[in-house]
Design a protein. Structure first.
Length: 349
């Protein structure tokens, strides 16, 4: 039987471990990268300033991977806005950078564009500069589907972006511009991953800027009101976390010409409206909490800066990196639902 590119990569990494730096490692996506890399026997440096990430995510990873694997993780509490901190972390000897640290959320960026710029653009340039100074060849970073902005075409293809519709989107577009410039100027190889609405375990349901999925899971489990911004016909290409982890690892070791810089869509290639998503989540939660089955949503105003529809063309990452999503939206939701129900029931007791 032919192994998938990801299965082959996992075997190779076990045999020939690399040293990885994961920034934003106490956050949702970063902690999942950390967990997978440690399970695969990799040594990992983990950087975070705990702005929106949590120590309990690191504790969770530690208890899941066990003490032997955890001994290969070095956590550094540091801020990417601090150039020295970026230099320091890269002086530990790193082969591959997976840069996730940033302030997420379109509404947060509209409320406070300066903080978004400082973390997402200045912090990004600090990391990229420290990486090229340390002679690091491969720099993989979190971009976003928000770079498609007002481009009305579906599905979204990498070559055709639109005008960014928020400071957050502008910051991610700037990341891609800087990455390409650093490739041409200094020869560092960069791969930007344009994530499309990622969901899964350890995504934070708390706070004003929480994403829709964890917020809905939490509200359904706690019997609180569930809101939809707009008429619910807004659609997204939701992508389960395991697919995103796979894309990062494939990008980390993919063969590239020196000074190449690319950006790829990372998604499932399935479009789900918010109304459909609510039904799917409610049905999943109701498997474990039957009282959720009859819950209804409350509609309120559209949010400024939100894109109406989003759907990715994933052919480029499939062809170039061998990306093959392991989870459809439904499969991802089943795993995510069990995780939230278990976590939240234990904290509510
Ligand atoms: P998250 O908030 O859970 O993780 C981000 C992490 O970065 C947090 O742990 C935070 O403490 C850390 N961080 C923020 N500013 C920092 C700084 N100045 N110095 C050091 N660490 C800092 O968010 P996430 O969903 O895991 O997002 C990870 C990356 O993926 C971000 O770059 C985000 O923009 C991008 N992204 C996420 C999605 C999604 O759907 N979750 C979609 C598109 C892009």
């Amino acid at each position: 039987m032919d192994l998938s590119a990801f299965e082959e990569l996992k075997l190779e990494l076990r045999e020939t471990p690399r040293r990885w730096l994961v920034t934003g490692a106490a956050g949702f996506i970063g902690s999942n990268l950390l967990e997978t890399l440690l399970r695969l026997g990799q040594p990992v440096l983990a950087l975070d300033n705990l702005a929106t990430g949590h120590r309990h995510n690191l504790d969770d990873v530690r208890s899941l991977v066990g003490e032997d694997a955890w001994a290969r993780c070095e956590f550094i509490e540091g801020d990417i806005r601090d150039q020295e901190a970026c230099r320091d972390v890269l002086s530990h000897g790193v082969d591959i950078v997976l840069h996730q640290a940033a302030l997420g959320s379109v509404p947060r960026s509209i409320a406070d564009p300066v903080s978004t710029h400082e973390c997402n653009v200045s912090g990004f340039v600090n990391m990229l500069t420290a990486a090229k100074d340390a002679g690091i060849k491969r720099f993989v970073y979190a971009s976003s589907s928000s770079v498609y902005g007002d481009d009305p075409n579906l599905p979204k293809v990498e070559e055709r972006t639109g005008n960014p519709l928020s400071p957050y989107a502008a910051s991610k577009a700037m990341n891609e511009t800087y990455a390409a410039v650093f490739g041409r100027t200094y020869g560092i190889q960069t791969i930007g991953l344009r994530y499309f609405n990622v969901f899964g375990r350890r995504q934070d349901p708390e706070g004003a800027y929480a994403a829709v999925m964890p917020k809905w899971f939490a509200s359904l489990i706690r019997d609180e009101e569930v809101f939809i911004n707009g008429d619910g016909e807004t659609s997204r290409d939701f992508c389960y976390i395991d697919n995103v982890v796979q894309a990062n690892l494939l990008a980390g070791v993919a063969k590239m010409e020196s000074d190449d810089s690319r950006a790829y869509n990372v998604a499932c290639g399935e479009r789900t409206t918010l109304n459909e998503l609510f039904s799917l989540i409610r049905d999943r939660v109701a498997v474990e909490l039957p009282e959720a089955a009859t819950r209804e949503v409350v509609y309120r105003d559209f949010r400024p800066g939100d894109v109406r529809h989003s759907l990715a063309d994933t052919r480029a990452i499939v062809n170039d990196l061998g990306y093959a999503p392991s989870h459809s939206v439904g499969e991802g939701l089943a795993e995510t639902s069990s995780w939230y129900v278990e976590k939240m029931k234990s904290t509510m007791q």
